[in-house]
Design a protein around this ligand. Sequence first.
Ligand SMILES: C[S@@+](CC[C@H](N)C(=O)[O-])C[C@H]1O[C@@H](n2cnc3c(N)ncnc32)[C@H](O)[C@@H]1O
Length: 385
Amino acid sequence: MNKTETNKDFTIVAKTLFGLEEILAKELENIGATNIKILQRAVIYKGNKEILYKSNLNLRTAIRILKPIKSFEAKNEKELYNEIKKIDWEEFLSISKTFAIDGTTSGEIFKHSKYVSLLTKDAIVDKFRDKFGERPSVDIENPDIRINIHITDTNCSVALDSSGTNLGKRGYKLKQVFAPLSEVLAAGMVLSTSWNGEKNFIDPMCGSGTIPIEAALIAKNIAPGSFRNFGFENWKDFDKNLWNQLKKDAKNSITECKIKIFGFDNDENAISISKENAERAGVLPIISFKKQDFLNSENEITESTLVFNPPYGERLMEDDEIIPFYQEIGTQLKHKYNGCDAWILSGNLRAIKFIGLRPAKKIALFNGPIECRFNKFELYRGSKK
Ligand SMILES: C[S@@+](CC[C@H](N)C(=O)[O-])C[C@H]1O[C@@H](n2cnc3c(N)ncnc32)[C@H](O)[C@@H]1O
């Protein structure tokens, strides 16, 4: 690969979660992406190979980084098959590599994404078989090359997935409690608060520790992709020297963290899981994890940012317990956290109203399929409704 080719800009699509698009666009600006355009649950931009690698290594709110290779129109299955077959697959794939297809469809013509994936797979396999009499194998779980096909009505777009496994799986969270947040959502929540690492940070119901660990990674400027491998490392044009240099640069950019981050939970097991996860993420020294019941804590806290997601009432609690629980959270915030900002994510849109404080901000987010509110409460004397 010569230098000119490495420096050539191409179109890149970063997929994200609903509500995090603008934060992702800001992150992209920071890594040097250009022509940034916000779409729904995605941001499209231009960049070279370095930007593609950095997107995987440094972006905290992206779930997948795609490199489109062909767009076309197809009005039926035959046209789709033929267009896929026209692509020069040898450029990206060889017989010895495994591959998988992720398909998403919307519109009246192509209704079944699984069928579209199957058809795409057939076209690729047939192309190799016609030429070599042999074909690359499919591996759904752990393929070398992941191919993405996205169809809206008759508009088809084929892309290579440079990430591989979802970027929400950073690799440090090997154990988790019930109902953990994805690392991408947790990072997006922390970045939405504009917390800049100067105030103390508390998650009083930390579960597996995802929120305080993501806050610590942000405070120390640790690249979220430092703990794992990526799909592009299996690509034919993989530039190992460039990748090693970028990882080295990321290591050298790690900073000291001056404040303290706290993670509490009333479940002893959650605390030990959080500690193990934080250790793997290399941030245990700056997080203090302790078993503590938020509702019965006597400590008075000031000048801190709280970010947490209490139980929603699904499996963790019965419906008649959840309203009084949220009311008690509100009472505790009012009495013990003067001068703090508290951000609460809840998938129970009724219960969150019972906090009994007027939200200074409301952000709509999704935790998987569950619609949530991420509300900010500014706590000072007299903030009661
Ligand atoms: C939805 S989970 C949090 C998940 C977490 N954000 C993660 O990513 O793993 C809610 C957590 O609140 C904790 N919890 C419930 N009541 C609590 C209380 N009164 N004080 C402290 N923690 C509590 C539960 O033990 C549980 O771990």
